[in-house]
Design a protein around this ligand. Structure first.
Ligand code: T3D
Length: 261
């Protein structure tokens, strides 16, 4: 029996998704894409899941596209089509998923693997990890949202340097540049990631989902549109049970017990 290339574990309201092709540094082949899509189907349908944690098996997070699948010169090969079919839907799904998505970058994240990590809501990285916009080494363009997210997170000058030079950006520098939330010692990464995911899974899930929607929309909106969007989303948030619970808990001087509704 072939080993699964995606592991999905659901416990205590947290779905942990592990990229699992360690011998290929968790590079994406067709099967891994398909299995990750299935895992996301499952997560989207299960409202009891209130946080997602994405990580990689072995010494790497993900080395992007499996280049073994691209080795034969094929004149019909259309990389635009593979982005349309595989990578773009994945990035869109993660960004639209109305649950917090935490990424624990346990080692090198290269090519689409780096941008997959950066498409998550909160990125923790092991101190020994690095981020590589490896595309330029192959004559390709950063994909999986890289050209969108990099300049917004680190500014155009650093985005251009990362994309054109393709040097590994160590996790500490990624944190200092504002590319990721936090860099932690290697032996603490998974403990901290699980603790944060467990915390997020007890928070007001609807409110966090609406917050995510507002922050993503801000990239394309002017202030007026954004104020209108905040009004609309706040109206929705104000109708949740969790808002009522938050106010009651504050006034009652107790910890809230959010239900994610
Ligand atoms: O094609 C499309 O559909 C378009 C979409 C493209 C999206 C992309 O992601 S393009 C970018 C693809 N990724 C890369 O270019 C990264 C390639 N990998 C590397 O540059 C290096 O492996 C790393 C910097 C990530 C790590 O280096 P190192 O020295 O720690 O490890 P290594 O020795 O290079 O790799 C270990 C093994 O993993 C090795 O196999 P071996 O020799 O032990 O049998 C290596 O070939 C394999 N591996 C690493 N990355 C890939 C890979 N095998 C297939 N595809 C990979 N991407």
């Amino acid at each position: 029996m072939t080993e699964p290339s995606i592991l999905l574990e659901i416990a205590d309201r947290v779905a942990t998704v592990t990229l699992h092709r360690p011998e290929r540094l968790n590079a994406f082949d067709e099967a891994m894409h398909a299995q990750l899509a299935q895992a996301l189907d499952r997560i989207e349908l299960d409202r009891a899941i209130r946080a997602v944690l994405l990580t990689g098996a072995g010494r790497a997070f993900c080395a992007g596209q499996d280049l073994g699948e691209r080795q034969i010169a094929d004149p019909t090969l259309d990389l635009g089509a593979t982005l349309d079919r595989l990578y773009n839907p994945l990035i869109r799904r993660l960004q639209r998923l109305e649950r917090p998505v935490l990424c624990a970058v346990n080692g090198v994240a290269a090519g689409a693997g780096a941008n997959l990590a950066l498409a998550c809501d909160i990125v923790l990285a092991a101190r020994s990890a690095s981020f590589i916009q490896a595309f330029c080494k192959l004559g390709l363009v950063p994909d999986s949202g890289g050209t969108f997210i990099l300049p917004r997170l680190v500014g155009p000058a650093r985005a251009m340097g990362l994309a054109m030079i393709g040097e590994p950006l160590p996790a500490e520098q990624a944190e200092a540049w504002g590319l990721i939330w936090r860099c932690v010692d290697d032996d603490r990464l998974m403990e901290e990631a699980h603790a944060l995911a467990a915390h997020l899974a007890t928070q007001p899930t609807r409110g966090l989902g609406l917050t995510k929607r507002a922050l993503h929309a801000s990239a394309g909106n002017g202030l007026d549109e954004q104020l209108d969007l905040e009004r609309d989303l706040q109206r929705e948030a104000g109708r949740t049970e969790d808002y009522q619970e938050g106010v009651a808990a504050f006034l009652g001087k107790r910890q809230p017990a959010f239900k994610g509704r």
